[in-house]
Design a protein. Structure first.
Lengths: 243, 243
DNA sequence: CGTACGTTTGATCTTTCTCAATAATGGTGG
DNA sequence: CCACCATTATTGAGAAAGATCAAACGTACG
């Protein structure tokens, strides 16, 4: 659970006791393949999964069968906070890559959250940050054009990974296919491809396989109308400094 | 605060003690005009406002000046739960109509949430339901066409109002201009107008001024690809029964 | 009664989607 | 190590949904 704790503490400091309590939470590790489900729509999970390794995403399917991705989970994220106090999952969570999940019994985590104010506060904050990201996604998909959407998504990813020390200098491994990128931005994979080539042609990014590097971080942020406020990352703007 | 309590209890039952504690929260009433701000982007509210009367909406503006509405608040909603544990508001909240706000001191509500498990659970659930609605909005704006988006929004509104006993039979007062409808669905007001006329022409709704009635509730739900699961409304499907 | 705001309508233009085909790429069994 | 298959990425041409621009029409309200 140490990744989870690090993740929590990136948001709020925990007291020694609270930290111990979280670290002592019982859990069971599970190795997951890409595409496997962590949560299914309509199910009632008895566990709250914490992503130890690998990436996952939240997803819903419309009546017509179109898919929309509403969130990408990175290592350290608690995947089921959204469900822990609700009884029916309104969306599915699926692995993006291979990875490892730590399953924590729902009841144990619930109790910790409700009885330890420090933990409660921390978990609530994590939930609220997720909601903030969702709001930004509504804006992204509702009011930005294709190029802005993609650029914005890339920026968000870069910052979130960087904060956890998962991004190499000037770039990162993007664990999504162009089709998944399309499902996250409300576009077509065909169009995503054209936009990516456009960003590359303009020198904002370079790509080799799934690896994306920022040719011009400042310009990419401008192209994506990106400001990191909504991520509620405490502390300085390290990524900006690095460029 | 009784509206707030009712709102909470629509989601989770509260113990007598917890209910008392919430009812005894200090607050100050304020009358608000349409368009006035309850929260500004970037601000740090010292109060948590509860909407006693009237409607409000959450909103963000892109760099290019386009506006996106991410949520509509109805009477009983706590407007600042999203901000109560975060220090900078990532979005603005504005009145849609005239109304009354009960300002509760942030610290008092925080304490209640953290020290009373029953209240904590209730507030967390309210927050999670809001997140669930946000996810559905991402889907709505990302993967549905204009007609579906509008129909979906109307259905959501109808159900949320109905649950609180604010919807008259077979219809309700829609407190939004077509421009605001457009900002909520990622469309243009011109196009919203055409879609509304289309829905009307097909007999799914009738309009007189801001009043919308459902000509065919079932068909409207189908047209909007609407299922109420994501609203996490406990209990039966009264609205469906009424038709 | 005039002004401001909201609605409605028409004509034209863009962005993005669709359909379709071709090229890479990675992994697999032999 | 190589041939083969299944994904994924790339490219082109035509179609469509929705945006934009512009104007007229209502209606509330000071």
């Amino acid at each position: 659970m140490s990744g989870f704790v690090r993740d929590i503490q990136a948001q709020v400091p925990l007291s020694v006791d609270d930290r111990e309590a979280v670290l002592n939470l019982p859990f069971r590790l599970r190795r997951m393949d890409p595409g496997s489900y962590l949560v299914r729509e309509g199910s009632l999970p008895a566990q709250c999964g914490v992503l130890v390794e690998g990436f996952a995403f939240r997803q819903k399917t419309t009546g017509e069968g179109a898919r929309q991705i509403m969130a990408v989970c990175v290592p350290g994220d608690a995947v089921d906070l959204q469900n822990i106090f609700l009884d029916i999952s309104d969306h599915a969570v699926q692995m993006l890559t291979q990875g490892v999940i730590a399953d924590v019994p729902r009841a144990a985590l619930q109790e910790l959250v409700l009885t330890r104010p420090g933990v409660g506060r921390a978990i609530i904050q994590l939930t609220l940050v997720e909601a903030s990201i969702l709001r930004e996604w509504v804006v992204n998909v509702g009011r930005r054009d294709a190029r802005e959407r993609i650029a914005h998504l890339l920026c968000e990813f870069a910052v979130r990974l960087e904060v956890r020390g998962l991004a190499a200098d000037h770039g990162f491994e993007l664990p999504m296919t162009q089709e998944q990128l399309a499902d996250a931005t409300g576009l077509t994979s065909v169009h995503v491809n054209r936009v990516l080539k456009g960003l590359e042609a303009d020198g904002l990014i370079t790509r080799q396989r799934r690896h994306v590097s920022f040719g011009d971080w400042r310009a990419l942020q401008d192209a994506g109308d990106f400001t990191r406020t909504y991520l509620h990352v405490p502390g300085v703007d390290e990524l900006d400094h690095a460029f």
